[in-house]
Ligand binder design. Structure first.
Ligand code: FRU
Length: 483
């Protein structure tokens, strides 16, 4: 048996050994992607190829911790119903023995070219990093071509997560990096043929430009054009919290600017976080056949109390966000849930016109464990308005402070913790609740909050409250179970 076959066999055994335990977890979700066992992290290789969406993911089948990652694989024709496919990559070769780390995919000559980081560590923990290529004819099985890039001079071995795209008649790749003086950076490469790559220098970060000295490592960069501008998404590590900003252990956000493919320069604005919640990291996008730019993110953050999640007792950990469509409005990236998610709705839903006057109300038809809730025509005369979900999360808007707050009961110690952002006016809210996750889209996606939460599994109650007069139209749909 080859090493590859051995690893696949061991992963399949881990799945079947713990299947009953995993599915008995009351916190398993109904419509979010999860690992069959073990730990899931970053979305990888996201592509629509020959009509089918493929989303690969960082997967550790053997424990609910990090380690020598595999590429797990889901496929879908509609972004709603996902099929679990065979493992795409197992860390079997010398150049990836400590993990087939994150990467991306593009179509070339009708095949999928997947680029990923081969992570290698020796006995003393010294790291090596190889950017590797694997090619697929059928979208399911990959032929490994081995390393195509070694770490160039000027960087440490924290050099990973290649994202490749085609522009003009060339290919480009951004890689998440740490410079030798321990600054976060994005390295740029170019190529004519996808196998020979030239290092074109630092595209952003390091010691120049608007994101110089911006943490000690950038992970998972993604550069793409959107609404005639260029957006660079990345996940910086090492930023200090600053008021309401940068409250998570690590961040995920973007800068908007103009990339020049001839001079390899990128003029851009300030860094903005993509999501205001507790759990959002390592997002990756692709453009689909309809021309939409779609994003998935890992709904967690590395090193953020991961082992305290109650799902660890059930041998699995972490989920993906829902797919979101990106646009730019007023120089800001807007995220809306992909249209197709309406497919999850059971029936035509219920509508309720609500009036509150300084009280807390329970609307019997508006509750549930797996729902979509839409609030429109929100009028808050004064003071604050809140939604309490399952007694474990609270979304509050203060009209005086123009402030949105998401509070959740901590899964570490049960205390309430919060994330916040400024918002001039609360117009609409779209909230997806899925057993142990909540994703909030505010004012048509101008702000989003994503978080895991772990309410009493029997509590499906939603209440609305306000300090003064307030009214809104609430719509609610029960959502289907697709996982
Ligand atoms: C981000 C990350 C990547 C790396 C992968 C390993 O969460 O640390 O930089 O490739 O996860 O699983």
């Amino acid at each position: 048996m080859t090493r590859d076959e051995q690893l696949r066999k061991e992963a399949a055994e881990a799945v079947s050994e713990h299947k009953n335990t995993v599915v008995s977890d009351p916190y398993r979700l109904h419509y979010h992607m999860m690992p069959p066992v073990g730990l899931l992290n970053d979305p990888n290789g996201f592509i629509q190829w020959k009509g089918t969406y493929h989303l690969f993911y960082q997967w550790m089948p053997f424990k609910t911790g990090h380690g020598a990652k595999f590429w797990g694989h889901y496929s879908s024709t509609d972004l709603v119903h996902w099929k679990e496919e065979e493992i795409a990559l197992a860390p079997s070769e010398w150049f990836e023995k400590n993990g087939c780390y994150s990467g991306s995919a593009i179509e070339h000559k009708e095949r999928i070219y997947a680029f990923y980081t081969g992570n290698v560590k020796d006995e003393e923990g010294n790291r090596e990093s190889y950017q590797c290529l694997a090619v697929s004819d059928d979208g399911l099985t990959f032929e490994k071509k081995g390393p195509v890039i070694e770490v160039p001079k000027g960087y440490t071995a924290h050099f990973r997560d290649p994202k490749v795209w085609e522009q003009g008649d060339r290919y480009y790749m951004v890689v998440g990096a740490q410079t030798e003086d321990l600054k976060g950076a994005v390295a740029l490469f170019s190529s004519d043929n996808l196998t020979e790559w030239t290092h074109e220098g630092i595209l952003a970060g390091g010691d120049k430009g608007r994101i110089k000295d911006f943490g000690y490592m950038f992970e998972c960069p993604d550069l793409f054009s959107l609404d005639e501008q260029d957006v660079l998404i990345f996940s910086p590590q090492g930023l200090e919290a600053e008021g309401m900003k940068y409250q998570n252990v690590y961040q995920a956000g973007y800068v908007i600017g103009k990339f020049d493919p001839e001079t390899f320069s990128f003029d851009h604005g300030e860094f903005e976080e993509l999501d205001r919640g507790f759990d959002f990291y390592a997002p990756q996008t692709t453009v689909d056949a309809k021309g939409r730019r779609i994003l998935f993110a890992w709904m967690s953050v590395p090193d953020q109390d991961e082992q305290a999640h109650p799902t660890v007792d059930y041998k699995w950990l972490h989920i993906m966000t829902l797919p979101r469509e990106l646009t730019i409005v007023d120089h800001k990236v807007i995220q809306k849930p992909a249209r197709e998610l309406e497919e999850l709705r059971e029936g035509s839903g219920v509508i309720h016109q609500a009036q509150l006057n300084g009280e807390t109300i329970f609307l019997p038809e508006i509750n549930g464990k797996t729902i979509e809730l839409m609030l429109e025509e929100i009028v808050i005369e004064k003071g604050w308005f809140e939604i309490n979900i399952h007694g474990a999360a609270r979304l509050v808007y203060s009209s005086e402070q123009q402030l949105v707050t998401l509070e959740r009961k901590s899964y570490v110690d049960g205390t309430m913790e919060r994330r916040q952002c400024q918002l001039n006016d609360l117009e609409s809210l779209q909230v997806f609740v899925d057993i142990s996750s909540i994703e909030v889209f505010i004012n048509e996606g101008r702000e989003t909050f994503s978080a895991r939460f772990f309410p009493d599994p029997k509590n499906s109650e939603i209440t609305f409250g306000s300090s003064h007069k307030c009214s809104f139209v609430a719509k609610k749909w029960d959502l289907k179970k697709v996982f």
